[in-house]
Ligand binder design. Structure first.
Ligand code: G1P
Length: 277
């Protein structure tokens, strides 16, 4: 498998769960202390060797574009007032050689539809997908772990998390003949988006994927699924009949920042060093 250098970030979602906070700013720009949520995921991708960040965005998400652009006016002011360290925070070295590309998703037809918008930028490569809502803290990062497994197995790999029964219907859920075994890698034989009844396992898809370009063939033929949306999960379900796809229970502390509970937990976790002992 060739080196994985591209990552797709679907960021066109409305963020209704965080209204009114997300009325005028994208949910991805909500701060986890002093850094917006999206920067954690972009940083994770870049540290894992990603050179091209592809945002699937919408007209309400301009501030994401501004955030990853230079702000010369602010830099000049900071320079004049001798705040060099602050410049390093807004113009980060690790992003210097990274290309940021923005593709507008004109209508919100779901995650599968969002990923399909990147088809013309991916060619015949494998690529990463990061859902910025899912914040994962680990070294090596979740993306790095999935890239390592994808390269070792020469297959597509989906990041998994074990989720308690009462929450499993919030996620894509996999099935695998390997599930009873004490291991971290599972060859998928099925996947279902947000099962209401009888989930096939407690293994939920959690925010990170490394997929081969073949996924676009399936994204082009799926019908609307859960919530009337084109679901990435449904394309994966078709793809696994013809291509090996593994699930990997990656290491890390995981926060579902798409929910208020997870968002607050992430902040509390990262704030623990700031609080008086
Ligand atoms: C999406 C995916 C779902 C996955 C989840 C968390 O759902 O469709 O399969 O389990 O992200 O990574 P969403 O949270 O956008 O509803």
């Amino acid at each position: 498998m060739r080196k994985i250098t591209k990552a797709v970030f679907p960021v066109a979602g409305l963020g209704t769960r965080f209204l009114p906070a997300t009325k005028a700013i994208p949910k991805e720009m909500l701060p986890i202390i002093d850094k917006p949520l999206i920067e954690y995921a972009v940083e994770e991708a870049v540290v894992a060797g990603i050179k091209e960040i592809i945002f699937i965005t919408s007209h309400t998400k301009r501030s994401i574009e501004d955030h990853f652009d230079t702000n010369l006016e602010l830099e000049e002011k900071l320079l004049k007032s001798g705040k060099k360290d602050a410049i390093k925070k807004i113009n980060r070295n690790i992003f210097q050689d990274v290309t940021f590309t923005y593709v507008r998703q004109k209508s919100q037809k779901g995650l599968g539809h969002a990923i399909l918008q990147a088809k013309h930028l991916i060619n015949d490569e494998s690529f990463a997908i990061l859902l910025a809502d899912d914040l994962i803290i680990n070294d090596p990062s979740a993306t790095q772990q999935l890239i390592n497994v994808a390269q070792k197995t020469n297959s597509s790999v989906i990041g998994l998390n074990k989720v308690p029964k009462e929450h499993i219907s919030r996620y894509g859920v996999i099935s695998s003949a390997d599930i009873s075994k004490e291991q971290k890698l599972f060859l998928l034989d099925g996947i279902i988006e947000k099962p209401e009844l009888n989930p096939p396992s407690d293994m939920a898809v959690f925010g990170r994927y490394v997929l081969s370009h073949h996924i676009f063939n399936y994204l082009e033929i799926i019908n609307p699924g859960v919530a009337g949306e084109l679901q990435l999960t449904d394309a994966i379900k078709l793809m696994l009949k013809e291509h090996d796809i593994n699930g990997y229970l990656y290491d890390g502390i995981k926060f579902d920042c798409g929910s208020k509970e997870g968002y607050v937990q992430a902040i509390a976790h990262l704030a623990s060093d700031l609080l008086p002992k």
